[in-house]
Design a protein around this ligand. Structure first.
Ligand code: GFB
Length: 329
């Protein structure tokens, strides 16, 4: 068995001196992990998609055999908001299954010591009791708008468990709630709600428009976590957690989408009305997770929602808006 007992400090794994691969470092979570790992005494490995396509086993295996990462944060995934998930089910299922299967299997064959696989809160049943504890997995039907992505992420959890059970690999899975922050996608068709609201409120303010349009009824409740808090949690999990069961990563608080829209408008400085496009889906009514298990291990979020949105808006202005000034899509 490769799973190691905890050391004298109570840690199960140390990153110091290790080669640590952040798979998906160009994504919002991967980039946050790279920032966070800068404070650890480890060597950070990354690889560009143009060099290694993670959906291709014939590219993943040679690269991992050569690079020999000792620890892996599996943050590479095809991700998107409710409409992208609902519109491209084959791509969300296929890409994510391939990426996971390739990376997890190659992590086993190349002797990776520890891996943290990232899932999503959408793995839980649509009507799971709230707050959702880890044992709600596979206890009921999924939300239809994202069942394809959810099935792929459930397969990822099961891959980690299977390689642990059969081969003794120290692979664990973390389920983050809805994340936001620097490096998010602002593509209005493909993005998640929070970056979409930042862009809509900002553009309406700049154009002097009187309203922004949000999708659906605004009644669904969502929990949000700043990506830097998530990166902190993932590094903590890498160090102190080593169980087959997955572990939730959330802020512990949720709010209705209409209240989120009002908060974003306030932070951005948009003073107009909020209208609804009821042709767009609401998705799951609520998915507040219980993160008590992780809190009991000593992690807690530090960035409040208002403060986090202000940070995300600053990042939006810096990274995106300036380069797109004058664009009309
Ligand atoms: O963030 P979001 O796309 O993802 O949408 P989910 C959350 C809620 O915000 C839904 C509403 O009720 C949307 O209808 N919403 C309002 C908007 N205005 C907008 C808008 O302009 N853009 C978007 N995108 N939503 C995703 C899953 O579900 O959550 C993924 O599809 C993943 O699989 C991710 O798990 C974390 O929370 O509904």
């Amino acid at each position: 068995m490769r799973i190691k007992p905890e050391d004298a400090s109570g840690r199960l794994y140390t990153l110091a001196g290790k080669r640590v691969w952040v798979a998906g470092h160009r994504g919002m979570v991967g980039a946050a992990l790279v920032r966070r790992l800068g404070r650890e005494q480890c060597e950070i490995l990354t690889v560009e998609r143009t060099n290694v396509d993670l959906t291709r086993q014939d590219q993943v295996v040679p690269w991992m055999s050569e690079a020999r990462p000792q620890a892996v944060f599996m943050a590479a995934a095809k991700v998107g908001g409710i409409l992208a998930n609902d519109s491209y089910p084959a791509q969300f299922l296929y890409d994510n299954l391939m990426i996971e299967a390739n990376v997890v299997h190659a992590a086993f064959t190349t002797g990776v010591e520890k891996m943290v696989f990232l899932g999503s809160s959408c793995v839980y049943p649509k009507h799971a009791p709230q707050p959702i504890t880890e044992d709600a997995l596979l206890s009921g039907p999924l939300e239809s708008t994202n069942e394809w992505y959810a099935i792929a992420k459930i397969a990822g959890i099961k891959l980690a468990q299977a390689y642990r059970k059969q081969h003794g690999c120290d692979f664990v899975s973390a389920m983050p709630t809805n994340l936001y922050g620097p490096g998010d996608s602002y593509d209005l068709q493909a993005s998640h709600v929070l970056p979409a609201l930042i862009r809509k409120a900002h553009e309406a303010k700049m154009r002097g428009e009187r309203e922004i349009v949000i999708w659906g009824t605004g009644t669904p409740q969502r929990e949000f976590l700043h990506v830097d808090d998530c990166a902190e949690a993932l590094v903590h999990i890498m160090k102190v957690y080593s169980e087959a069961a997955h572990i939730n990563v959330g802020s512990g608080e949720d709010l209705a989408i209409i209240d989120l829209a009002r908060l974003v408008a306030e932070v951005v400085g948009f003073k107009g009305e909020i209208a609804h496009d009821l042709s767009k889906p609401d998705g799951t009514p609520r998915k507040l997770m219980s993160s008590e298990k992780l809190r009991a291990l000593g992690w807690r979020p530090r960035i409040g929602l208002r403060e986090g949105i202000a940070d995300a808006y600053r990042a939006f202005l810096k990274d995106w808006s300036a380069s797109r000034s004058g664009a009309s899509d």
